[in-house]
Each structure stands twice: as C-alpha cells, then as structure tokens.
Design a protein around this ligand. Sequence first.
Ligand SMILES: *Cc1c(COP(=O)(O)O)cnc(C)c1O
Length: 364
Amino acid sequence: MAAELTVDRGALVVNWRRLAAVARGAECSAVVKADAYGTGLEGAVSALRRVGCRTFFTAHVSEGIRAREAAPDAVIYVLNGLAPGTAGDYGAWRLRPVLGSMEEIADWSDYVHATELPGEAAVHVDTGMNRLGLPPSAWGEAAGRRRDNWLGFEITLLMSHLVAAEEPENPINARQIATFDEARALFPGVAGSLANSAGVFLGREARHDMVRPGYALYGGNPLPGDENPMDPVVTLSVPILQVRDVAAGDGVGYNATWTAARASRIGTVPLGYADGFLRAGSAATGERKAEALVDGVVCPIVGRISMDLLALDVTDVPAAARGTDAVIIGGALDVDRVGRNAGTIGYEILTSLGRRHPRREIGF
Ligand SMILES: *Cc1c(COP(=O)(O)O)cnc(C)c1O
C-alpha cells in the first residue's frame, strides 16, 4: 500500500477539447512547462498530440527536448527565450525560441544566418507584466528589421501574456488587450497569441489566433469564484499508517502547536513537505488549513506538517483505521481548494506534488 498520484489523461484530453471549443477557431495549444504542471510531460504531450494538438509551450530548453522526443512532428516553443549559448540546442531539436529582447533577436538572427536553418521563432512583446518581452519602446525597431528583411527568419507568432486574466473585472485586461492590438498592427501577417487558461474565457478580443492554456488543462479552475468547467485530472490519496487516541489537552506534532480540545483520534499519514505537501498548510489550535477526505468526510490536518508525515483529526470518522485512504486531492478537495488551504494557488500544489510518489497514468 503506497501513496498514489493518479493522472487521468482522458480528463486531460476532455479539457483540451473543451478549451478548444471555447476558443472557437483560435488554435488551442498546450502549455506543458514544469513537467506538465507536475503531471508528466511526455504523457501529456503524446496524449494531446494524438487528439490533434499541434503546438506546445515549455519554459526550458530541456523540457522542449523532452517534448520533441514525445512528439516528433509538433511545433514546440520555449517560453524562456534564448539564454546565451543555447541557440545550437534550439537548432538541433527544431525548437522555436520565444524571443523577448532585441539582444535575443540579434543572437537568433546571427545563428540563423550562420547555419542557414529556417529558424522560425516567436517574438514576445511586453504589454504590462514587466517580466519578459520587448518593451513597447523596442517594437518599432523590431518591426522595422522584419520589414527590411534583416532578420533572416520568419516570426511565426507574436505573443504577450496577461497579468490578471483570472480577474475578468480587472481593468488591466482591457489595457493589455488594447496594447497587444497596437503591437500586432506593427507586425502585419504574423499570428497572435495572448490568452492563458483564464484568458480563453475573456472573450474574442483576448483569443487572437492561438490560445495557450496550461492550468485548466490539468483541471485547475480558470474562473475562480465560479463553478469549475474543467474535469479533474490529478488525484492523490495516501493510506493512513496509524490511528491513535489522544486525550483532551494533549499536543500533536512538532512544538505541539495544536492541542486536542476533546478526546480525539489522530490518523498519521505518510505525506509531508518533502513530498511537496506545503508546510504552510499546518494548523495550530483553533486554525483550519489543510484537509484530507477520509471515508467521504473532510478532516482537518492538525499541528505541524513535518518532512514525511502529517496528522489528521479523524475523530468524526469511525471507519478510519490503519490502511484507510486519506484523499489529499480529489472529490470535494479540488486543487484550487487545496491551494487556498495552504495560502497559495493550485498551480503551486500541482507543480510541488508528484516528485516522490509513483504516478499512475490512466485513460490514454
Ligand atoms: C504558464 C504560461 C501560460 C499558461 O498559463 P495558465 O495560467 O497555466 O493557463 C501561458 N503563457 C505563458 C507565457 C506562460 O508563462
């Protein structure tokens, strides 16, 4: 009996098709960075490629190479762009860099001229994130070099990234949409891409020619506050190791930050922060943070989450015993709720879990 992280590739495919339908004619790509948000990059790429997804985004070159091996004929963009000395890897693996500065554009141009490779690449324009991408002051120069045939390669995609798409009322969305329209006008004939998962739901003006969902593919809710339109992809359940009786007034775990207010039954579960289960979900007396489902009942995690173990208050679950499954993600405990319980977002939960426990892939 061991912890089991289950990844439902059938649900992944359902989610991709659902997003593609919402995108209405815009190409639906898949963002598979960070090991496909902790769910397994190769499995995600090959399942999605088989059902018609043509374009994938990774963050690192190493991830791009793994995606290339899983999908020899796919288009693969690497979001983090052209770090010094990496152009050869892009060329060898037919990866497309997402170029985010004039230096990167110049480097890529030199490489393409020297190797005579086709060198298709995306250009990232910054519309407000201030992280990667050409600032508006450089757009004219880049567009001019394209017009003058100075680049030596085709810009296959002009992209930008939304700052707050999951807050549809935030006025920054409309500003970014307008700013991206200005950028696109400078690069006539180049396909555009702006929307992440939540952006897919922001309307036609945000969708352009290609959408780039990540989180929603893996079951995360792209519409926080509304009902989640996606199917769950990841479940994690861990069998309870021991159940013990604790008297009222007794402490549980390191530093006894939680003490029992009543005679309690405590289930010890072999899952901790070394497994990626964030210690921030620890609960002192009177607090309610991380949770697990036992026999259908939501139970609070009590005291400090330690490296390899956590304690669960199963007093109200008579069936809880050695070997009973504690569901960490699944059912009522969707990734968004698990994230909120630990004071973070579901994205961090997905990408943190799954490094230590065996992954079981079902449905594709
Ligand atoms: C991660 C990322 C995405 C996907 O975002 P989600 O919110 O997970 O859908 C899209 N575009 C860029 C540039 C990203 O870095």
